[in-house]
Design a binder for this molecule. Structure first.
Ligand SMILES: [Zn+2]
Length: 64
């Protein structure tokens, strides 16, 4: 299974994208109401093994 992910610029952690503004762990990756092309390009679909944010993985597993 592939996940939509985003890398936080500050610490290079790979997060799971929850919605248009936030990741599973609550990190706000998008500060504007309109998603523009550059933001969409930042989202990459990768396998679970490549996700490095432990909190995102935990939140995702808790939903199941
Ligand atoms: Zn995260």
């Amino acid at each position: 299974m592939m996940f939509p992910t985003i890398v936080s610029k500050q610490d290079n952690v790979v997060h799971i994208v929850k919605n248009q503004k936030k990741t599973e762990c609550g990190f706000t990756y998008h500060h504007f109401t309109i998603v523009n092309r550059s933001d969409l390009r930042r989202i990459k679909f990768i396998s679970k093994d490549s996700i490095t944010c432990a909190m995102c993985l935990q939140h995702y597993l808790n939903q199941k």
